[in-house]
Design a protein around this ligand. Structure first.
Ligand SMILES: Nc1ncnc2c1ncn2[C@@H]1O[C@@H]2COP(=O)(O)O[C@H]2[C@H]1O
Length: 259
């Protein structure tokens, strides 16, 4: 069956340090971005120009740092505003700490507030947004700042991205209910010996991830993201010990998934 959409992994690393493996950024078809980490640097100008919608899962730098450069690069030439979708706390953080006229210009008022090149769109978790035949919903997850995971449903399939999270239940309830997620991207940022840091920084390590995956009651491929480069070999080794029946795959920039 011909699939409707693509999810292209531009970046899924937990930090910098591995060339061509940037931080979180996924491109759906050619026009929707999920997060704007350093992986966004993989796109040339002509592809940056095609982006119309940017969803930001949370305010941390590794998920937003490409956004100021994106709007600077494509803003002036745009016929309509670039839409930036996020929950209210994340929009407030972007306004206060990034687009505050000190770190970066406030592109939501450029060239003027009535006719700006960038527009914030507040999203409410579990509300559906329809973009053509693509339906996008978010779900609250548990991180050190307000954060969401993301679902994409198309006429031919589904995709779910956990975002950055510690242990969480609702995400799994929604995957299990939908029965339509083909690919599930979930994070494992730290090795087990740094579980203390995973708990503090509200991320997963392999043993926590294995516990989380026991909540999964749906047949989807599982892909692991956000491995911290300093410990990547140890995390991969620990992920091989997964006792579940499905294999765990390691996500990498450059991969493309048909949804
Ligand atoms: N208490 C901490 N000690 C050391 N590093 C931390 C601590 N809290 C957060 N971090 C790091 O800061 C990073 C911020 O982005 P991440 O949440 O991806 O991952 C986080 C950790 O790598």
């Amino acid at each position: 069956m011909q699939k409707h959409s693509t999810v292209e992994v531009l970046g899924c690393s937990g930090s910098i340090g591995i060339p061509r493996q940037g931080t979180t950024c996924f491109l759906i078809d050619n026009d929707i971005l999920i997060d704007a980490g350093t992986g966004l640097c993989e796109l040339d100008f002509s592809r940056l120009e095609q982006i119309e919608h940017v969803f930001i899962t949370h305010s941390h730098l590794d998920h937003i740092c490409g956004l100021p450069f994106l709007i600077d690069t494509v803003g002036v030439g745009r016929a309509k505003p670039l839409k930036v979708y996020a929950t209210l706390p994340t929009i407030r953080a972007l306004q206060q700490h990034i687009f505050n006229e000190e770190i970066w210009p406030d592109f939501s008022k450029i060239p003027n507030a009535e006719n700006a090149v960038m527009e914030y769109v507040e999203i409410k978790p579990e509300e559906e947004l329809i973009l053509g035949e693509r339906r996008i919903t978010t779900v609250d997850v548990d991180h050190t700042v307000p954060a969401v995971g993301v679902f994409l449903f198309t006429p031919t399939g589904g995709w779910c991205f956990s975002g950055d999270t510690h242990q969480t239940d609702r995400l799994f309830e929604l995957i299990n209910q939908s029965k339509k997620v083909d690919y599930f991207f979930i994070e494992a940022a730290f090795p087990d010996q740094e579980k203390w840091l995973a708990d503090l920084a509200k991320h997963l390590c392999p043993s926590l991830l294995f516990g989380e995956l026991q909540k999964l009651n749906a047949a989807c491929e599982i892909w692991i993201s956000h491995l911290k480069p300093r410990e990547i070999h140890q995390i991969k080794k620990e992920l091989q010990q997964y006792p579940g029946s499905q294999p765990l795959h390691i996500l990498s920039a450059g991969m493309i998934f048909n949804i």
